[in-house]
Design a protein around this ligand. Structure first.
Ligand code: G3P
Ligand code: MG
Length: 435
């Protein structure tokens, strides 16, 4: 839809990290023909060819770090993560954290991450999967959703509501609100009952007895948002399906256009139903378990599967942001650019050099790597994809997936080697004092 087009323009085998030199890492990568999207390396790594940057030099490069599988395994820092971020912070080298995770207010998650990673962080250099949703408060062809009614779901309904309200959405409804107002919506016991909190609905639910003239006084949902990984798939799928099949988003109605073969798309999603947004398409992610775990992408597949079965194979129209979506990378570059300007301004550099390169350090070829490789920067910044081995990608099992956009610029062991490699490529390696 036009509104969207306008806006949304392992295995962990490295717990004992190897101590390869960046040059050796690069040579290994080059020998394995992984250096696909990155330009030629420096012709020499001898000290004579190195710049001698200092804390007051302005780097023409920056970093974007994935979190799960690169910096953390759930709450535990991955070896090398703390020292890498500390190094960048202490040397005024700008970076952002760009995660497909979410479900907490940005300020809360940043506070947690700063404590776990031992480095100052702020919401100015932090993008969660759902952060770009804030653009829909006032953006889009309908003038935004600020005063419309939206449905939000995710791991914790109240936290999702709090995030949405903080973004500026004023009328936020959760599945728990709907079940509290009408328990027969879902005929089984649900986890929603265990979640604390339900807010009275802004309007009563349509109960099947009103005429179409009276419909306006019933609850109408104008958009649906999945903020992070839902816990109660059954309830959420039921409610999302109800709205996808409704007349104009009035929950409890059924569109007469559904399945009408004389209409485009057999009438499915042709009756003003609310658009459906997912914040993250990751099928799997790197948690603490030794094998990848299902993420929000699995929930999306479940919704799409039920839709496919219900409609006899009609495609489900939805918008998915988060990595690798272009909109998320464009958003991230704007955030990084403004954070970088502020960082360099504090150093007294009011006219910093153009941002030449961003090193996207990620563990997931499908999201981190594909997104960085596919991103076309409006400012001409080159995004260099760096794949680490501490997350979902497994060297033995998954080598075959590294094709096309999923082929990284370089593969390194972990985040520490990623930073060292980038510094070497930028001829800033002289600054690195660690191993
Ligand atoms: O739910 C978290 C996940 O899908 C991935 O997070 O930090 O690896 O992008 P991250
Ligand atoms: Mg990750």
């Amino acid at each position: 839809m036009a509104m969207n087009r306008a806006i949304w323009g392992a295995r962990r085998g490295l717990l004992a990290p190897r101590r390869s030199s960046p040059a050796a890492v690069y040579r290994r990568a080059a020998a394995a023909n992984y250096s696909t999207s990155s330009p030629s390396p420096p012709s020499s790594s001898s000290p004579a060819s190195q710049r001698v940057p200092s804390k007051t030099s302005a780097p023409a490069f920056a970093f974007a770090f994935d979190i799960d599988g690169v910096l953390l395994h759930v709450a535990e820092p991955i070896p090398g993560a703390k020292e890498s971020l500390r190094f960048l912070h202490d040397n005024n080298i700008p970076f952002i954290l760009l995660t497909n995770g979410g479900g907490k207010r940005e300020a809360d998650r940043v506070g947690f991450l700063a404590e776990r990673l031992g480095v100052p962080l702020s919401t100015d250099n932090f993008v969660q999967s759902h952060t770009p949703f804030r653009q829909l408060v006032d953006g889009g062809e309908d003038g935004g959703l600020r005063d419309k009614t939206i449905l939000v779901t995710g791991s914790d309904y109240e936290r999702c509501r709090a995030i949405a309200r903080e973004y500026g959405f004023r009328n936020v409804v959760t599945p728990a609100d709907l079940l509290a107002a009408e328990p027969t919506l879902f005929p089984f016991r649900s986890l929603a009952e265990l979640q604390q909190g339900a807010t009275p609905l802004p309007k009563p639910l349509y109960d099947g007895s009103k005429s179409s003239l009276e419909l306006e006084s019933s609850l109408k949902i104008d958009a649906m948002f999945v903020f992070d990984d839902p816990r109660d798939w059954a309830v959420d799928i039921q409610i999302i399906m109800d709205l996808l099949l409704s007349h104009r988003g009035y929950l409890g109605t059924l569109s007469p256009k559904n399945g009408d073969a004389s209409l485009p798309g057999c009438g499915w999603q042709q009756d003003g139903q609310p658009p459906l947004y997912f914040s993250n398409g990751d099928l799997v992610w790197a948690a603490k378990y030794h094998l990848p775990r299902f993420g929000q992408g699995a929930f999306q597949a479940a919704v799409a599967g039920v839709w496919d079965r219900y409609t006899g194979g009609h495609p489900l129209r939805r918008t998915v942001i988060g990595k690798p979506a272009g909109e998320t990378y464009r958003f991230a570059e704007r955030v990084l650019t403004s954070h970088r300007h502020e960082t360099l301004r504090r150093m007294g550099l009011h006219e910093p050099p153009a941002l030449r390169s961003v090193y996207m350090v990620g563990d997931n070829p499908e999201s981190d790597i594909a997104g960085a490789n596919g991103h076309v920067s409006e400012a001409g910044t080159q995004w260099v994809s760096v794949l680490v081995k501490t997350g979902v990608w497994n060297e033995e099992r998954d080598r075959g997936v590294l094709v096309g956009r999923k082929k990284p610029g370089v593969i390194v062991d972990d985040v520490r080697e990623a930073v060292k490699w980038a510094l070497w490529r930028e001829r800033w390696e002289g600054l690195w004092k660690g191993e």
